[in-house]
Ligand binder design. Sequence first.
Ligand code: DAK
Length: 258
Amino acid sequence: MAYEHILVETRGNVGLITLNRPKALNALCAGLIEDLGNALDEMEANDEIGAIVLTGSEKAFAAGADIKEMKDKEYIDVYMENFITKGWEHVTTCRKPVVAAVAGYALGGGCEMAMMCDFILAADTAKFGQPEITIGTIAGAGGTQRLPRYVGKSKAMEMNLTGRIMEADEAERSGLVSRIIPADDLIDEAITTAQKIANMSRPVAMAAKEAVNRAFETTLKEGILFERRTFHATFALEDRKEGMEAFAAKRQPQFKNR
Ligand code: DAK
């Protein structure tokens, strides 16, 4: 499929999606969101791909939803057309693991898009923020909901109320990102990490992702039960048998994704 606002490539068994509106710092216009959804669907359907990396440019992962696209809208427009809701959370329904590789600005919808991925690897240049309040509105795609779950109420509240930008160091300290990587190495490291995931048993990686995500949707008791039953379910897989037999035989497992 041809894309206007993103670049799509495959590196081994990893799909790489690069947001590509450099003149607008990858502002997330409707066309880009549509492109992204289509690319995720293609990668989800491609058996060769086991994990996906979502990235932007050196200067910006994404500087937010496209302010110029929304500036002239009225309440009645955004309410009636359910403005920019369609497709925005597509990445959260992707069953294959998605790693965000963030360099530069991840602001507003850009920060929210990164948080929708399974985890965030940050360049040392990464800057996260929910500056919507500075343009007279509030976050609309999880900045008031996912950010507190990552960094706690105090930091999330300050960021949403002041628009303060969080640099990479603080983002790592606060648990927003899993690791900081020198900017020049970000993509290679993200691909290597995604490759590692893609080389695991695919159904097991998908189950692990589902189980961790469950932690944010349910009580501890229900989450633990879900985890227990999912753990039991892995015993129906050839890959579980292979993994344990390989360990005992001191060799590398050969997973078949079955
Ligand atoms: N939208 C449109 N264009 C943008 C943009 C954005 N968010 N951010 C930057 N640009 C454009 C600039 O207008 C400029 O274009 P030209 O003037 O060259 O035509 C170009 O990108 C370069 O930007 P700057 O000249 O400003 O570059 P600087 O290095 O000086 O500053 C900056 C970089 C990132 C600090 C600055 O560009 C900035 O403050 N950008 C806006 C950040 C922001 O406020 N973001 C939040 C937007 S609101 C929802 C889903 C999502 C959302 C809401 C609802 N639903 C599902 C319902 C999300 C809302 C938002 O994200």
